[in-house]
Write a protein that binds this ligand. Structure first.
Ligand code: PLP
Length: 380
């Protein structure tokens, strides 16, 4: 059975060589814009590609403002600061995520709380958040506090795993009820929509990544998305050393950060962005072909986008029957020229977060024992 999977993937990608999990695709204006950028000498922190890239992404996602960052991780760090997470606050997130989500929380000196995901989204479960808050939280003077640790619970960071949107409507209701700021880790979900609206613009701040393995890349890069234009302007200020604009004087009015994406990376981003819709159509088509193929194998379930959502299918995923089947699948495919990989180790199991508070993680553990990502690059 696994040999048929290997044959299918080789056929899909038209090669007998090793099929990687995800590689970038540069078949547009990348070289042209990079040359233009170099010829202009504006390769660094200012330039027209930065502005253009921000405008393109804002328009596409429906954000009122978009602000580039050097990568998705520092976009998340900035997001934590912008919503007012302070040292010793608690921040709710999912155990099933990439480590950058939790690192960003930790950079502030705040404490992550790991809760469960839903099986139909792979992302933070509104019911798990609500159940945990009912048992552990109370509202005092407009703030939410953990009745056991005494700490303030300031923010909630869902992650749209592999581009599949979480149940945002339900999550928003819970966050509002408990006065908790919503920050979306939309690192993986550029091109994913929830009820017709782009992910990353539902919370106070959203963070996107343009790392080399994401749907489009700037080499390394990230973007912050805002509905609150003033907050977006403040983000721009903080990510650019908080310099007070002046033609020659150097005055700074906050502790700022050098988190601004260089123009040369934005040049790559503009070219990549022009192909985003083609990439998305291509990836959705690949997902459809996988779905059809796996529908003949009752022991392998292809993971499809949640109801009312349009996913970017950044990384396709299948669910095996149990951990043994998962290990066999990983072994066979990786031995036979098809790169596949399991989920990230759950955050609650990493040494740095071993003391963190956790809710019930039944679904996260269930998924971790079964899920495998399969090759998902754009097919030329
Ligand atoms: C890729 C990713 C990030 C971090 O992005 P970088 O640009 O690599 O720093 C954050 N969160 C998640 C869930 C990611 O997949």
């Amino acid at each position: 059975m696994y040999s048929e999977v290997v044959k299918f993937v080789h056929n899909l990608y038209g090669t007998e060589d090793v099929v990687p999990l995800h590689v970038p695709c540069f078949n547009g204006n990348e070289k042209k814009y990079l040359n233009e950028c170099i010829d202009s000498t504006y390769v660094s922190s200012v330039g027209k590609f930065v502005d253009r890239f921000e405008e393109m992404v804002a328009e596409y996602t429906g954000a009122k403002k978009a602000v580039v960052c050097v990568n998705g991780t520092n976009a998340l760090h900035m997001a934590m600061m912008l919503v007012g997470v302070d040292r010793d606050d608690e921040v709710i997130t999912q155990a099933l995520t990439f480590v950058a989500t939790c690192n960003a929380i930790h950079y502030i000196g705040a404490h992550p709380v790991f809760l469960d995901v839903d099986r139909d989204t792979l992302g933070l479960s509104p019911a798990s958040v609500e159940n945990w808050l009912v048992k552990n939280a109370e509202l005092r003077e407009g703030n939410c506090y953990n009745i056991h640790s005494g700490r303030r619970i300031k923010a909630c960071v869902p992650m749209h795993t592999f581009g599949h949107p979480v149940h945002l409507d339900e999550l928003i209701v819970v966050c509002q009820k408990y006065h908790i700021e919503l920050v979306e880790d939309a690192a993986e979900s550029l091109g994913s929509f929830y009820k017709g609206k782009h992910t990353g613009i539902f919370g106070k701040v959203g963070a996107v990544s343009f790392n080399g393995n994401k749907t489009i890349t700037t080499g390394g890069g990230g973007m912050l998305l805002f509905q609150d234009e003033e907050l977006g302007k403040f983000a721009k200020h903080l990510t650019t050393q908080a310099k007070v604009p002046h033609r020659w004087e150097f005055v700074h009015d906050h502790i700022g950060f050098n988190y601004r994406m260089p123009n040369i990376n934005a040049a790559l981003g503009c070219a990549q962005f022009e192909n985003l819709n083609d990439f998305l159509a291509n990836k959705r088509n690949t997902a459809e072909r996988y779905r059809t193929f796996f529908s003949c194998y009752p022991n392998i379930e292809f993971f499809s986008e949640p109801k009312d959502c349009q996913s970017n299918y950044w990384l396709n995923a299948v669910l095996l029957k149990n951990k043994n089947a998962q290990q066999d699948f990983l072994q066979y495919t990786n031995d036979n020229g098809v790169m596949t990989r399991p989920l990230w180790e759950l955050m609650s199991r990493l040494p740095m977060f071993s003391d963190a508070q956790c809710g019930d993680l039944t679904n996260s553990e269930w998924i971790a024992d079964r899920l495998v990502n399969i090759p998902s690059s754009v097919i030329l």
